[in-house]
Design a protein around this ligand. Structure first.
Ligand SMILES: N[C@@H](CCC(=O)N[C@@H](CS)C(=O)NCC(=O)O)C(=O)O
Length: 195
């Protein structure tokens, strides 16, 4: 299995996922910050937009961090890092694994750029609704599905840490404690150490 990556990018969450899954993999650097970069055909086939992370696993070639986390969880860790497909928690699992690219990141980008939000018109609501919904989803639980850590926590946890890094994580006891728990996982620390 080969993961195309660049330091301090969304690749970290894919490395974290691979570490949680305990899989063997090779890291292949992608020079995303080089304006004269020459991407390999393999990388472009996996990531048509030239973005990291991208994964090649035998005949499987793909990008988008949420899709990569879901693929690894379903294919290699069903029942542990993902509820099985016939488990009733599956609906919530899919909702939360998509929450980062569909809601957190657009809402974050909107706020960061100072764009006027429009809760009704935007698919992601707005920054405050994004935070409230996430806090309610977690409630008193350790992880987003309750006691079981899953790939959805890799996506959400990396977002919480990312928000904190940009000084955008609101003063929320629930999200602050969640970010700390995610940050403290061995697999996350290993992913960070690689950079
Ligand atoms: N939605 C994508 C976003 C990927 C993305 O934007 N990656 C950035 C780094 S964090 C990148 O590769 N940028 C380089 C470029 O666009 O050329 C995902 O979650 O994987």
């Amino acid at each position: 299995m080969k993961l195309y990556w660049a330091p301090k990018t969304r690749s970290t969450r894919a490395i974290w996922m691979l570490e949680e899954a305990g899989l063997d993999y090779e890291l292949a650097p992608a020079d995303i910050r080089d304006p004269n970069r020459q991407d390999s055909e393999e990388f472009r086939a996996a990531s048509p937009m030239g973005k990291v992370p991208a994964l090649v696993d035998g005949d499987v070639s793909m990008s988008e961090s949420a899709a990569i986390c879901l693929y690894i969880a379903d294919r290699y860790c069903s029942g542990t890092l993902a509820p099985p497909v016939d488990d009733a928690r599956r609906g919530k699992f899919l909702y939360w694994i998509m929450y980062t690219p569909a809601v957190v990141e657009p809402a974050m980008s909107e706020r960061f750029s100072g764009v006027e939000p429009n809760r009704g018109r935007s698919g992601w609501g707005d920054f405050d609704l994004m935070i409230e919904t996430w806090e309610q989803g977690l409630g008193d639980s350790q992880w987003i599905l309750g006691d079981q850590f899953t790939a959805a926590d890799v996506m959400l946890g990396s977002s919480a840490v990312f928000l904190r890094m940009f000084d955008m994580l609101p003063d929320s006891a629930v999200l602050g404690a969640y970010a700390d728990r995610c940050f403290g996982r061995d697999a996350y620390q290993k992913a960070l150490a690689m950079q």
